[in-house]
Design a protein around this ligand. Structure first.
Ligand SMILES: Nc1ncnc2c1ncn2[C@@H]1O[C@H](COP(=O)(O)OP(=O)(O)OP(=O)(O)O)[C@@H](O)[C@H]1O
Length: 279
């Protein structure tokens, strides 16, 4: 079980066996058989989920291969706090991308539920969920045309048809935030560098103001400087209403608050503070 996680916020009760703690009041009623240290940790955990923007409970993911079920994730739970970036690491083929796709409701789960701000994903239409929980794939999937064409692309989709698309001034602000002012809205995307294209793809995701960003190795093909710029951009997007889980194979860039490691269907967590990483 991942540290800081196994809780059911909206029911106001820790899922940990024997725990009677109410995270809403932050009062410890009784944690039967727990030491003082365990009780304190339990309190921390309930507080952690109370503060979490996104959480996943008892998620199992598998696929069928030759009639057999292959399990990629087994009954795991985790939470993402608002304002924080988290890394997701693990060997190739272990199921990291599958987990992100499941979080974006792009594939079925065997078990478990996802929550955004305490609201279960089952209460959302998939398209509405994906507007809030946005998956950005590894390849910057830009369409032919200008930077502006790409940034307003989400508003061309039926699901966002009733929403006002951002003005050029608002788009220019986004470019400035990503250190792309010199690129400009009228630049054809075929004339962007790989790092610039990756940032435009991220800005397109930011422009729709999702609460949860799921980034699938968006910096994989970039040089170190461009990867750092992407990390800085993601970090700058974090606020009290956003969180981010990103798959990375690179060395820590210091922007993550913690790292989830996936191996053999098990998810473990280490906070950056525990790792001694720079926050
Ligand atoms: N529907 C499916 N049918 C067959 N195999 C699948 C299916 N879904 C996932 N897999 C397999 O599950 C494994 C996990 O894939 P996934 O892309 O999630 O791994 P990953 O950890 O992101 O890998 P990488 O770091 O190389 O990108 C892979 O071996 C993949 O082929």
């Amino acid at each position: 079980m991942v540290v800081g996680i196994a809780l059911r916020l909206h029911h106001g009760q820790c899922l940990r066996q024997s725990c009677r703690h109410d995270p809403h009041n932050l009062r410890l009623h009784q944690c039967i058989g727990f030491s003082a240290r365990s009780r304190a940790r339990c309190l921390d955990r309930c507080y952690h989920v109370r503060m979490s923007l996104f959480h996943a409970e008892h998620i199992t993911l598998s696929y069928r291969c030759g009639g057999e079920a292959v399990t990629l994730l087994h009954d795991e739970s985790f939470a993402l706090e608002a304002g924080s970036v988290y890394d997701l690491v693990g060997p190739s083929g272990v199921g990291k991308s599958t987990l992100l796709r499941a979080c974006a409701l792009m594939m079925e789960r065997d078990t478990g539920e996802l929550y955004l701000d305490g609201h279960p994903s089952s209460g959302f239409q998939p398209a509405a969920w994906r507007r809030e929980v946005c998956l950005v794939p590894q390849q910057a999937s830009l369409v032919a045309g200008t930077v502006r064409d790409n940034l307003v692309l989400p508003w061309k989709l039926k699901v966002n048809a009733e929403m006002r698309s951002p003005s050029d001034d608002e788009l220019a602000c986004l470019l400035e935030a990503a250190d792309l002012s010199e690129v400009g809205l009228a630049r054809d995307v075929s004339r962007l560098s790989g790092g610039q294209a990756a940032r435009v793809a991220l800005l397109r995701a930011f422009a729709t103001r999702p609460h949860v960003l799921l980034l699938d190795e968006v910096d994989a093909a970039l040089d170190d400087d461009s990867a750092l710029a992407v990390g800085r951009l993601v970090h700058s997007f974090m606020n009290a209403r956003t969180t981010c889980l990103r798959i990375r194979h690179r060395a820590s860039d210091g922007f993550a608050s913690g790292t989830f490691a996936l191996s053999d269907g098990v998810l473990s967590f280490a906070s950056a503070a525990e790792d001694g990483a720079i926050l």
